[in-house]
Design a binder for this molecule. Structure first.
Ligand SMILES: Nc1ncnc2c1ncn2[C@@H]1O[C@H](COP(=O)(O)OP(=O)(O)OP(=O)(O)O)[C@@H](O)[C@H]1O
Length: 634
């Protein structure tokens, strides 16, 4: 019987697939598997899962944002996004509920092994065996039990080129989409770049490309050098552009590769607005570059001294960067946001916990970081913890830290928890509503007693942190459901602010321009009027995260063109627009009536500069009504 191939095949990469599948089937046979083999689909024991998460903590941390972004692109398509370790064991998965249930029957869940040895030909195992992106469709899977699937996987490699994991999208084979593989490969690259950026501190990192507009995109090459200019590593695109292997590059320096002494690089960044570097690679190809200097955990864009940077320079540059990411840079003209910024500005430095509410991607973390940067604690650490993305079993050790050998799988020397890491600075607890109930009492104790006791230790360590929390749950509902402690809630909600969703923002055009300026590095792109109209009608379920991602891809699609228009939009975005042509009018349930009332009051407040009496007069209601309807105003 002829095996099915995924529809719409046409690239060279796709042409090599039949051979890869054939070879993989031969390997599967050698492993002693039979197409009708029954494999173990049972869930993995909890202890094994804890160890798996602990071993892959770094990969997981950097992969989750890319996975969530990827998932937003394929939501409601009967697909799931999967992250595995280097052996094909699933570490994390996100998916549509209906498909998750079906998937759990073939063990597409954390702890399950998808190496070729255990499941025969499949995208994850075959991507590991081939060290390449692989699409396995329907009956190309070796096991008959997996024939209902279509899977696209891309390996994730570290800065040395070792495969450390796999990113995969698996779904019902009837939901095959020709863009999925490209999305998976782009997301894997994004994770690799994230990991790469976090690997080197005390280093010069050069972002480069032959076309300046590609700097800051996924296409850019990245290479790191020691402060003295010795080559350390390059990302996948960096190696490709340099045209040398990692081994060959090890004997090179910044100067031998880019024809410029490191001292000239420092000199370049002494000027007030240094612009892009114009470099000539050892091969004679000219590239544009932007250097980034990382010193002792501090990232900064521009070295301010002629000498190899000192700690003083690092502090100056870090301060410059902080000024550029303070609250006033979030002001882009939306009245609801203006009100939020005014409120948080008033409590800065008063040790009042701030609770930021808002849908996913509305910029809660960005706001928290800006609050920290403008606060008197700006010189101390800002530490963010996402309570929803850390597996429940790890939150406790992540937050409180642990002593040597406190639990199986713990690192030998113990670890400092995030609370202590934030000492003197700000602790940002994202998705606080997802904090396990059992840990909420411990967190409350830390806040009240201002001490932390690491796991496996009997010593309490004094700690002083400013707390900012964020949630997209309604915490009062969670209290009513017995999922969130009321006492913790009242300890956390000193000032509650709500970030408006993108669809309600009145500054969409400014926001789009701002994102395009950041993404394209030199502001060369603009969005066509027609597309902007479409953006205004869209519901933006992923808010800023979705918009940023969409514009990032669009700038790559637009290439040399200056105007981004409909044809640069991905199909799924256009499909969404067709299905939901206009922002739906809100259905008047009592819950969203309340929200609508609140939103109208907030808008009126903004129009009256936050003056409650003037707002009350304008709306024809009493001041008390306003305080009652917007309880966070006090
Ligand atoms: N005002 C803004 N201008 C430009 N980009 C923004 C803005 N706000 C947020 N973003 C971008 O949107 C993405 C999501 O932002 P952020 O992580 O702060 O949102 P969030 O509300 O904390 O999301 P989640 O609830 O999912 O954790 C980030 O890439 C951020 O840089």
């Amino acid at each position: 019987m002829e095996r099915q191939t995924a529809p719409h095949r046409n690239t060279a990469w796709e042409d090599s697939m039949p051979l890869i599948i054939e070879t993989s089937h031969q390997r599967s046979q050698k492993y002693g598997l039979r197409p009708d083999s029954c494999v173990d689909f049972g869930p993995a024991p909890k202890t094994e899962l804890s160890l798996l998460f602990e071993k892959n903590r770094l990969l997981h941390t950097h992969a989750v944002p890319a996975m969530e972004t990827l998932y937003q692109q394929i939501v409601n398509t009967h697909n799931m996004v999967i992250l595995t370790d280097a052996n094909g064991v699933i570490v994390h998965s996100l998916g549509d509920d209906d498909f998750l249930e079906k998937a759990s029957r073939v063990a597409l869940q954390p702890g399950a092994a998808w190496s070729e040895q255990s499941k025969g030909t499949n995208a994850i195992g075959t991507a590991i065996a081939e060290q390449a992106a692989v699409l396995v469709h329907a009956d190309q899977h070796y096991l008959t039990a997996n024939h209902f699937l279509t899977c696209s996987a891309a390996p994730i490699t570290d800065h040395l080129g070792n495969v450390i994991g796999v990113l995969d999208v698996s779904g019902d084979q009837r939901s095959f989409h020709k863009h999925t593989m490209a999305l998976v490969r782009m997301s894997a690259l994004m994770i690799e770049n994230q990991l790469f950026s976090s690997t080197f501190e005390d280093a010069i990192t050069l972002h480069f490309h032959a076309r300046p507009e590609f700097i800051g995109t996924l296409m850019e090459g990245i290479a790191s050098f020691s402060p003295g200019g010795r080559f350390l590593a390059a990302n996948r695109n960096g190696l490709f552009q340099l045209g040398l292997s990692f081994k060959e590059l090890q004997s090179h320096t910044f100067s031998s590769l880019f024809g410029l002494p490191v001292s000239a690089l420092y000199e370049h960044y002494r000027t007030a607005s240094p612009g892009l570097l114009n470099l000539c690679m050892h091969s004679g190809v000219r590239v544009a570059g932007r250097a980034q200097l990382r010193l002792s955990n501090t990232v900064f864009q521009q070295s301010l001294t002629p000498e190899p940077p000192s700690a003083v320079a690092a502090n100056q540059a870090a301060a410059a960067k902080r000024r550029l990411s303070g609250l006033r840079y979030l002001r882009t003209g939306d009245p609801q946001l203006e009100l939020v910024i005014d409120k948080v500005t008033r409590v800065l430095g008063h040790d009042i916990p701030i609770m930021i509410m808002g849908e996913t991607g509305t910029g809660k973390e960005l706001l928290a970081q800006a609050i920290h940067n403008d606060s008197p604690r700006a010189m101390s650490p800002f530490v963010a913890v996402n309570c929803a993305s850390i597996p429940e079993t790890l939150i406790e050790s992540e937050l409180f830290g642990y002593e040597d050998g406190a639990f199986t799988g713990a690192r030998k020397k113990g670890a400092v928890g995030k609370i202590l890491q934030a000492n003197g600075g700000t602790l940002f607890l994202d998705e606080i509503g997802d904090m396990p109930f059992s840990l909420q009492a411990r967190l409350l104790r830390v806040l009240q007693e201002r001490t932390v006791t690491p796991l496996g230790s009997d010593k309490s360590i004094p700690v002083n942190v400013e707390l900012i929390c964020a949630t997209n749950h309604n915490l009062r509902n969670r209290i009513a459901q017995g999922l969130f402690r009321e006492d913790l809630y009242y300890r956390l909600n000193g000032l509650v602010v709500k970030l408006p969703p993108l669809r309600e923002r009145t500054d969409l055009e400014t926001v789009v321009k701002k994102i395009l300026a950041t993404e394209s590095n030199n502001g060369r792109y603009r969005v066509s009027d027609e597309l902007l109209q479409l953006f205004r009608r869209h519901r933006w379920p992923g808010n800023f995260r979705q918009l940023t991602n969409l514009l990032r891809t669009a700038t790559v699609m637009a290439g040399d063109e200056h105007e981004i228009c409909l044809r640069h939009m991905p199909d799924d975005f256009l499909d969404d627009m067709e299905q939901a042509p206009a922002k739906e009018e809100p259905v008047a349930s009592s819950a969203n009536l309340e929200e609508m009332e609140q939103s109208a009051i907030l808008k009126a407040l903004a129009a009256h500069g936050g003056n409650v009496s003037a707002t009350a007069r304008a709306l024809g209601v009493s001041r008390n009504t306003i305080y009652r309807k917007v309880p966070n105003l006090k």
